[in-house]
Ligand binder design. Structure first.
Ligand code: GDP
Ligand code: MG
Length: 162
């Protein structure tokens, strides 16, 4: 089986946008309103010659039985399945209580984590990204999933720990 890279984070932080960026095609459903559509979960992906399975846990915002899984519950399942976790935080909003709950799960799991500070569309928002050092998960990697800024660095960091 291929290694599993799971993308976790609150609704609306840009997980599906990042999936599309990694796949280099628009396959995951990107929504302005969180939790409306049940999206698919697993994608075959490749970067720099490495194949892996990419999980977009936003697909579980409305669970298979129509149950709303809470952010931490989704994260727990995804972390369990993952070889590497990409934890996406909205750098403009900053870390929320839900994000802090996910941090606790990540710490407990011991799984390798790449912390992504998304929505850093230009250099003006770098300071917002740096504020996420406070989560204690190491260096926040600034990203604009929307425009692609920083995506190569994020993927290189993922492959480093895969
Ligand atoms: P998900 O719920 O975490 O999967 O988030 P989506 O990928 O569906 O994105 C939610 C919203 O955030 C959409 O309106 C996206 O266009 C927007 N978005 C995602 N990434 C970025 C980004 O890097 N910059 C900005 N400005 N908006 C983004
Ligand atoms: Mg999504």
């Amino acid at each position: 089986p291929l290694p599993v890279v799971a993308i976790i984070g609150r609704p609306n932080v840009g997980k599906s946008t990042l999936v599309n960026r990694i796949l280099r095609r628009r396959e995951a459903v990107v929504e302005d309103t969180p939790g409306v559509t049940r999206d698919r979960v697993a994608y075959d992906a490749e970067w720099a010659g490495r194949d892996f399975t990419l999980l977009d846990t936003g697909g579980w915002e409305i669970g298979v039985e129509g149950i709303n899984l809470r952010v931490a519950e989704q994260a727990e399942v995804a972390i369990e399945m993952a070889d590497v976790v990409i934890f996406v935080v909205d750098a403009i909003v900053g870390a929320t209580d839900d994000d802090e709950s996910v941090v606790k799960l990540l710490r407990r799991s011991g799984k390798p984590v790449v912390l992504v500070a998304n929505k850093v569309d230009d250099q003006r928002f770098e300071a917002d990204a740096a504020a996420l050092w406070n989560l204690g998960l190491g260096e926040p990697m600034p990203l604009s999933a929307l425009h692609g800024r920083g995506s190569g660095d994020v993927l290189d960091a993922v492959l480093d720990v895969l």
